[in-house]
Design a protein. Structure first.
Lengths: 172, 351
C-alpha cells in the first residue's frame, strides 16, 4: 500500500491576527453577547415573562432526564395476550450475555404448544453492561430494554437483582 | 484617640473590601462563567430553603475548607510549608492599605481621609508588595518537596519578574502625567475635565497604558490566560501539596491580588473615587466616593473575569515573549511618547 502524503497548508496569520488584541476583542464580543443575552433571559424568566431559556441545563433530579428514543435502559419482560410471560426459557439470552448477569431456571410449560417456560428469570443489573445482546438474541421477542428506567441504584448487592415479577412490571 | 479609632475603621474597611470582594469573586467566577456558557451554575447550597442564586456557595466552601483536615505530606520543609500561604495572603492584603478608597471630606470641623495609609510613595508600595507576594508562591513550590509544585513556583517567579518590570514601565507613563507617586494625588489629578466634557481619566489620556496595564495586571495576579504557576491541566501548580484552609489562603490571595490590581487600575485609569460633574464634600460625598471606587473596581474585575472565561492559557514561551518582546517595548514607547507630549504641551502652555 502506497503511502499517500497530503500536504496541509497552515492558515497564514496576517498582521491582523498577529496583533492578537483585535482577535481577543472579537472573542470578548462573543462571550459578552452570550452573557448579556442569557442574563436578559434569566431576568425575564425571573419576572415571570415568557422568554427563551437562558440555559440549556436540565436540573436532573427535579426535572426528568431526557433519554434518547432508542436508549437501552432496564430490561423488561413482555407478556402474552393472556398475561403469561412470553419467555420460553430457551436460554439464548443467558448464553449470549457477555456479563453473565442473566440466570434462568426452566420448567415444563402447561401449554402443549410450548415446550418450556421460565420458573425464575433473574437479572443482576449491577453486572449488566447494557449491550442489548439479550434483546437481539431472543427468538420470541420476550425481552426488551425499553423500560426508560435508569435510576437503578440500591444499597445492597441483592437489591440489584431483578426477578421475573419485577422485570415484568411496566414502566417503574 | 479619635485618629486611632478612625484608622481602625479604615483598616476594617480595607480588609472588608478585600475579603468581601474575594468571597464574592468566588461566586461571581462560577455564576458569570455559567451564564456566558449557557449554564445555570452552582445553585444548590441553601439555608432553610433559601438559595439566593447560589450566594451561599462561598460560605459553604469556606466552612468546608476550614473544617477539612490540614494534611501535611511527609518530606515538606516544615516552617516554610506553613509560612508560604500566610506570606502570599499577607502581601496581598498589605497592598490594600495604600489604595485610595476615597478622598478627603469635612465633618465636625475636621478633615477625614478615606485612604487607610496616605503615603507619598503609595504606588511603589503597592507594586512592591504585589511583587513580594510571589515569594509565597516560590516558597510553597520549593517547600512542597514535589517536582510539580517546584515547577509551579519557578513559573510564578519567572512570570512575576517579567511582568513586574512591564507593570512598572507601563505605570511610568500615567505617573509622569500626574506628576506624583501618591495614589491620592494621582486620583485628584484626574478630577479635571478635558474641554469641559471628557473627564481627564487615565483611560482617556493614557489608553495604551490602560490596555498594557490590564495585560500586565492579569499576569501579575496569576489569572487566566496567565495562570501558568497554577496550570491545573499540566502541573497542578505551586499549591499541589496543600489542603484545607492553607489551599484556601492561596485561592483567596489570588483573588485579593486581583482586587488590588483592579483597585490600582480604577485609581490610576478610571479616576479613582472621582464622580464626573459632581463635587464631593461632607459625609454624603464620602459615601459617594466609596461607592464610586467600589463600582469602578468591580467593573474592572468583571472585565478581567470575562477575559478569564474567553481566552485559553498561554504557553510559557508565549507568555515570556509577550512580556519581554511586546509589552515592555510598548510600555517604554508609551512612556517616551508621554514625556514628549507633556513637554510639547508645556511648551505650548496648554498644560
Amino acid at each position: 500500500m502506497a503511502v499517500t502524503v497530503r500536504p496541509v497548508t497552515r492558515p497564514a496569520r496576517g498582521l491582523w491576527e498577529q496583533v492578537y488584541l483585535i482577535e481577543v476583542l472579537r472573542g470578548l464580543g462573543v462571550t459578552f453577547r452570550h452573557f448579556f443575552v442569557n442574563l436578559w433571559r434569566h431576568v425575564l424568566a425571573l419576572l415571570g415573562r415568557r422568554a427563551a431559556a437562558g440555559a440549556v441545563t436540565i436540573q436532573y433530579p427535579e426535572q426528568p432526564a431526557v433519554l434518547g428514543r432508542r436508549a437501552r435502559t432496564r430490561h423488561r419482560l413482555l407478556r402474552r395476550p393472556d398475561g403469561a410471560p412470553r419467555c420460553t426459557a430457551c436460554l439464548l439470552c443467558e448464553t449470549i450475555c457477555p456479563a453473565k448477569c442473566i440466570r434462568i431456571t426452566a420448567e415444563e410449560s402447561p401449554d402443549p404448544m410450548v415446550e418450556k417456560r421460565a420458573r425464575s428469570f433473574d437479572i443482576d443489573v449491577g453486572m449488566c453492561v447494557f449491550c442489548g445482546h439479550c434483546v437481539e438474541a431472543c427468538p420470541v421477542d420476550a425481552i426488551h430494554m425499553d423500560s426508560s428506567q435508569v435510576e437503578l441504584a440500591s444499597y445492597t448487592r441483592a437489591g440489584m437483582i431483578w426477578n421475573m415479577e419485577s422485570l415484568m412490571r411496566e414502566k417503574r | 484617640m479619635i485618629a486611632l479609632a478612625w484608622s481602625a475603621v479604615k483598616v476594617g474597611y480595607a480588609l472588608g473590601f478585600g475579603f468581601g470582594l474575594a468571597g464574592l469573586l468566588g461566586w461571581v467566577e462560577r455564576k458569570q462563567s455559567a451564564v456566558l456558557q449557557d449554564r445555570i451554575g452552582a445553585n444548590r447550597a441553601d439555608i432553610f430553603g433559601w438559595r439566593i442564586i447560589g450566594l451561599f456557595h462561598p460560605l459553604a466552601d469556606g466552612i468546608k475548607l476550614m473544617t477539612k483536615e490540614d494534611f501535611v505530606p511527609r518530606g515538606v520543609l516544615r516552617p516554610f510549608h506553613g509560612l508560604a500561604p500566610a506570606l502570599s495572603l499577607g502581601c496581598g492584603l498589605l497592598c490594600l492599605a495604600a489604595l485610595p478608597f476615597g478622598g478627603e471630606f469635612q465633618m465636625a470641623g475636621r478633615t477625614w481621609s478615606l485612604q487607610p495609609w496616605p503615603s507619598p510613595v503609595g504606588l511603589v508600595y503597592v507594586l512592591a508588595f504585589l511583587g513580594l507576594g510571589v515569594h509565597g508562591v516560590v516558597m510553597a513550590g520549593y517547600a512542597s518537596g514535589s517536582n510539580y509544585g517546584l515547577l509551579g513556583g519557578l513559573r510564578g517567579a519567572a512570570q512575576m519578574v517579567a511582568y513586574e518590570v512591564c507593570m512598572a514601565a507601563v505605570l511610568a507613563g500615567p505617573m509622569f502625567l500626574y506628576g506624583t507617586l501618591d495614589l491620592q494625588e494621582a486620583v485628584r489629578a484626574q478630577g479635571r475635565l478635558i474641554g469641559g466634557v471628557l473627564p481627564a481619566w487615565g483611560v482617556f489620556t493614557q489608553p495604551l497604558a490602560f490596555l498594557l496595564f490590564l495585560v500586565a495586571g492579569t499576569a501579575a495576579s496569576k489569572r487566566i490566560p496567565f495562570d501558568l504557576p497554577e496550570g491545573e491541566s499540566e502541573i497542578v501548580g505551586y499549591h499541589v501539596e496543600y489542603a484545607g484552609m492553607k489551599f484556601g489562603m492561596f485561592m483567596i490571595s489570588d483573588f485579593v491580588e486581583n482586587i488590588v490590581v483592579c483597585g490600582l487600575g480604577a485609581a490610576l485609569f478610571l479616576g479613582g473615587w472621582q464622580v464626573p460633574f459632581v463635587s464631593l464634600a461632607g459625609p454624603l460625598g464620602a459615601v459617594l466616593m466609596l461607592a464610586a471606587f467600589l463600582a469602578k473596581t468591580c467593573a474592572l474585575l468583571f472585565l478581567l473575569m470575562q477575559v478569564r472565561w474567553t481566552l485559553p492559557r498561554l504557553r510559557f514561551d508565549q507568555l515570556l515573549d509577550l512580556g519581554w518582546k511586546s509589552l515592555l517595548p510598548l510600555a517604554l514607547a508609551n512612556f517616551m511618547l508621554t514625556v514628549w507630549a507633556v513637554w510639547l504641551l508645556r511648551r505650548l502652555s496648554w498644560l
